[in-house]
Design a binder for this molecule. Structure first.
Ligand SMILES: Nc1ncnc2c1ncn2[C@@H]1O[C@H](COP(=O)(O)OP(=O)(O)OP(=O)(O)O)[C@@H](O)[C@H]1O
Length: 476
């Protein structure tokens, strides 16, 4: 390069630096400051644009399956599981804190699933009830939309041989998906409007609920006017069939199995009531809605009647739904609905489990047709041991029976506010010492009650409930 060229270079550089050092008219700020700020703003804008672009791209990707891949609940649950040692979490559960209890149940399920997956014996729900593979579940998140063709293939075009049963909302078919998994397909009745609404409620509210004691909704299908729900298949019938079907002279439902079913059902309902926000009231708790797997794990099904509720409020239902014999008096008469109505229905269900009797049975003598009235009368006249299902071969201990009777009576308290919460019921059924406190157990044992009677003079350490039906019935 020539000397004149170098000189002109130096001149242009110095004039550039002079220009940059010059003051701008705006507040006399140096030009180079303005340039630097402008470059920064440009860079930030580019970064923001790139971020927005990627976010949008991700959203489009997720919305393609319509159902979110991972529910809020599951995200929260996973976080709990990740940060805490499971044993530690369990130790922290407060008796009234069913939110955590629900989470722990699911965490356990997730952990069990992980273990099973490693050893190659995967099943959804952790109970051996479903054949949906873990890999598939991961692929679809908690649910997905199925095409009509897929479900036609699965049910052999809704063949009669595949029909499992029929309920108020439609026919349920057993289905075999292409990947070999087994499902229950509920083909909803085609009455437009209400069915569609119920469908939306089920899909939105129930699809994201996962608990080992709740039947999982794994997908759905909307094709023209046809609406279908795809559930995990639960392979051992429902509780009504086992309680009232022909099972021979000795029921396979031993006392321990019945308690397992009652506790599991209570846990499932507690999760709906206390583990979700907004909470879910089932509205149709009854024995045919308790499905069982081969290990007698109960799974609460049929969320067709469930409505989401805002917390702390009662919900006036547009129409009273539920099943005769299980519906709480206040729900039947006023339509006022809250989780207390489910507690009442659970109380009736629990009585049914203990006695093997239907809530209303017209084939029985007049004084025994109504289960609640008969049950209360038997306890009041201290004949508690006689209420047990005669098909139970091995009798429970008097203490276990007392506990069960007391729980039933507290659940059906006419004053809905005095009924325990489902979480408290779980604790009552599981706690070893319930319903006694050590310091007064001796005096209690001297009480005039026979072994089969129930003492409820001692307030429950959690609920401090008083004035149950039993107390009233004993005063009579
Ligand atoms: N996920 C499932 N796995 C296996 N069987 C199921 C499943 N869901 C429902 N069933 C069975 O299908 C039948 C019909 O169930 P559905 O829930 O439609 O009606 P229901 O509970 O009998 O009556 P309602 O509609 O009045 O509640 C029942 O026998 C039930 O046990």
């Amino acid at each position: 390069m020539s000397a004149s060229g170098n000189a002109s270079d130096v001149t242009s550089k110095s004039s550039l630096s002079q220009t940059l050092n010059s003051d701008t008219p705006f507040l006399k700020i140096k030009l180079y400051v303005v340039v630097v700020v402008a470059i920064c703003i440009l860079l930030v804008s580019i970064i923001v644009c790139v971020c927005i672009f990627w976010k949008r791209k991700m959203r489009v990707k997720h919305s393609s399956s319509l159902i979110p891949l991972v529910s809020k609940e599951i995200v929260e649950i996973k976080e709990v599981g990740r940060t805490d040692n499971l044993g530690k979490v369990e130790g922290k559960i407060g008796f009234g804190d069913l939110l955590k209890m629900g989470e722990i149940e699911v965490i356990k399920g997730i952990e069990e699933e992980k273990e099973k997956n490693k050893s190659g014996e995967s099943d959804v729900g952790g109970s051996g009830s479903s054949n949906v593979s873990m890999a598939d579940t991961q692929n679809i998140g908690w649910g997905r939309w199925y095409s009509l063709k897929e479900l036609e293939f699965a049910t052999r075009v809704f063949a009669d041989e595949n029909v499992i049963g029929e309920g108020g909302y439609g026919v349920v078919y057993k289905g075999f998906l292409q990947d070999g998994s087994v499902v229950a397909v509920k083909k909803l009745l085609n009455n437009k409007g209400q069915a569609e609404k119920e469908f939306e409620v089920e899909v939105e509210a129930i699809g994201k609920v996962k608990h080992k004691n709740l039947v999982g909704l794994i997908g759905c299908c909307a094709d023209g006017p046809q609406r279908m729900l795809v559930y995990e298949y639960v392979d051992n019938g429902n509780l009504e069939q086992w309680l009232h079907g022909d099972v021979g002279p000795v029921s396979p439902l031993t006392w321990d199995i019945r308690m397992k079913i009652a506790v599991g059902t209570a846990k499932g309902l507690a999760y709906l009531h206390e583990g979700l926000e907004p909470k879910v009231v089932h509205r149709d708790v009854k024995s045919s809605n308790i499905l069982l797997d081969k290990k007698w794990n109960p799974k609460v099904s049929d969320f067709g009647l469930a409505k989401l509720l805002g917390s702390e409020t009662s919900y006036v239902a547009t129409r009273v739904m539920g099943t005769f014999g299980y519906v709480s008096p206040e729900y039947a008469s006023t339509g006022m609905l809250n989780e207390g109505s489910d507690v009442y229905s659970f109380g009736i269900l629990f009585m049914e489990i203990l006695t093997g009797r239907s809530p209303v049975d017209y084939s029985r003598p007049p004084g025994e047709m109504n289960l609640v009235e008969w049950f209360k009368g038997m306890v009041a006249s201290r004949r508690g041991e006689e209420i047990l299902d005669p098909l139970i071969e091995v009798q429970p201990s008097p203490r276990a029976l007392k506990r069960a009777l007391l729980v039933c009576l507290r659940c059906i308290d006419l004053d809905a506010n005095k009924r325990p919460k489902m979480g408290q019921i779980v604790h009552m059924l599981e706690a070893d010492e319930f319903p006694f406190r050590p310091e007064i157990r001796v005096s209690r044992e001297k009480d005039t009650l026979p072994p089969q009677g129930v003492s409820n003079k001692v307030p429950h350490p959690i609920t401090h409930g008083t004035g149950s039906n039993l107390e009233r019935s004993r005063r009579r």
